[in-house]
Design a protein around this ligand. Structure first.
Ligand SMILES: CC(C)(COP(=O)(O)OP(=O)(O)OC[C@H]1O[C@@H](n2cnc3c(N)ncnc32)[C@H](O)[C@@H]1OP(=O)(O)O)[C@@H](O)C(=O)NCCC(=O)NCCS
Length: 170
């Protein structure tokens, strides 16, 4: 498994948008499949934020994670940027891909000079805590309990052995 930037694999954007929309579409009123694809098309134009990293096995797409300026508008007053849209294909789960994606996104954020990275999660607090994230706040989003967590990317990178997978600059 390796991490790569979405701009190198634009052919995977329609499938990825469909996965994301199936997973989270119900959470956002106006977030259509076209909107999901347009965001990923935009992310493919840069490696600075907002962007998306892919988990690849050869030419097969296994998952993705995004670094976003805004994730949920109702939580935007907590700050920016956000880690979001972490997704591993069901058939590929339980093999460490989720961990690789999160740590790669944190390392990428460190390289981009992000001082503090946040996320919100409904069910995966323990998973992120095991990767060094700390609980910042327990709140609700559209009536659903969520946990806001944060991490200092530079500190995580300094304490991760071996170094996280990184997106090369080539
Ligand atoms: C969450 C998700 C990305 C994890 O992907 P994955 O490839 O299975 O993750 P990993 O194989 O790296 O799992 C890492 C570890 O976390 C554990 N883990 C996974 N989900 C967990 C959870 N909710 N709580 C605690 N631990 C969890 C795994 O058991 C594994 O433990 P181990 O290393 O001791 O075996 C994947 O299940 C997924 O795409 N889910 C649907 C989308 C989603 O919920 N995204 C997160 C939004 S906040």
């Amino acid at each position: 498994m390796r991490i790569d930037r979405i701009g190198r694999h634009p052919q995977h954007i329609p499938a990825l948008a469909a996965w994301h929309h199936a997973e989270w579409g119900a959470l956002y009123d106006d977030w259509t499949l076209d909107a999901a694809a347009s965001e990923l098309d935009d992310h493919a134009t840069r490696t600075s934020l907002p962007t998306t990293l892919l988990l690849m096995d050869g030419e097969d797409l296994l998952g993705s994670v995004s670094l976003l300026i805004e994730d949920a508008p109702a939580l935007q007053d907590r700050g920016s940027p956000w880690l979001g849209s972490l997704f591993v294909l069901p058939a590929a789960r339980g093999r460490g891909g989720g961990r690789i994606l999160v740590d790669a996104a944190v390392a990428h954020a460190a390289r981009e000079g992000v001082a503090l990275l946040r996320l919100f999660t409904l069910w995966h607090e323990d998973f992120y805590a095991s990767l060094g994230w700390q609980v910042e706040e327990r709140t609700s989003l559209h009536g659903t309990p969520v946990v806001i967590m944060s991490i200092v990317p530079a500190e995580r990178v300094a304490h991760t052995e071996p170094p996280p997978h990184r997106v090369d600059d080539a």
